[in-house]
Design a protein around this ligand. Structure first.
Ligand code: GRF
Length: 212
């Protein structure tokens, strides 16, 4: 029987950001207005200091840490410090939200690090495929559909077992901006819905994707 989270013992999220923070802002909203239940953001970690996502975390009074890879002697030291912080925050689920660093997380986190990507993986993902570039590539390929993908992270960019995808149409005359807006709408529903599923059914539900 999977562990179910409750109002007294909500699913603790650690949210990792690097930029605009729209994914974080959306989760804050869903939690505040009760669309996302039995989940709380216990910590936010940003890989950059001067970004809007940091302001969003501060405005929402969320515990915030700035952890920049370049302040560490090497990738291992960075990864270990970040993992310690997440453990100390008591996080159950690690939610990458526009997080742009490759983070070699320890094995104990495998199966509980989520990412969202603004395309239908496995297409249009990988190193350098973020932001506007993704939508440019989709339009250049001339495909009829795009969308977003929530997946378990591993140690490759935009890679790991797919948990859920949502499709949107590519319309005639779309620009990277208009397509990004349509995909963004889908993201703002899909990510909290997946997190709700974890809050409802426990981390074991996610682990099933890892095994399959
Ligand atoms: C979105 O495209 C999302 O799919 C990707 O980061 C973008 C959002 O960035 N992972 P942010 O949350 O506004 O920083």
């Amino acid at each position: 029987m999977a562990f179910e989270y409750s109002d007294e013992r909500p699913l603790q999220l650690a949210v990792l950001i690097s930029g605009g923070g729209s994914t974080l802002a959306n989760l804050v909203e869903w939690i505040a207005d009760g669309r996302l239940k039995r989940a709380v953001i216990g910590s936010v970690i940003s890989s950059r200091a001067e970004v809007r996502g940091v302001e969003i975390a501060r405005a929402a009074r969320l515990p915030l840490h700035i952890l920049r890879p370049r302040d560490f002697p090497d990738a291992d030291a960075f990864a270990a410090t970040q993992a310690d912080l997440i453990d100390k925050a008591g996080a159950d689920l690690i939610v990458m939200a526009g997080y742009l660093c490759m983070w070699q997380f320890p094995e104990r986190f495998a199966g509980r690090v989520l990412n969202i990507h603004p395309a239908l993986l496995p297409a249009f993902g990988g190193a350098g495929m973020y932001g506007r570039r993704v939508h440019e590539a989709v339009l250049a390929a001339g495909v009829a559909e795009s969308g977003c993908t929530v997946h378990l992270a591993d140690h490759l960019y935009d890679h790991g077992p797919i948990i859920a995808r949502r499709t949107v149409a590519v319309m005639p005359g779309d620009t990277p901006e208009s397509l990004a807006a349509r995909v963004g709408e889908a993201e703002r529903e899909l990510y909290p819905e997946v997190i709700q599923r974890v809050a409802d059914e426990g981390l074991e539900w996610l682990a099933r994707f890892r095994a399959s």
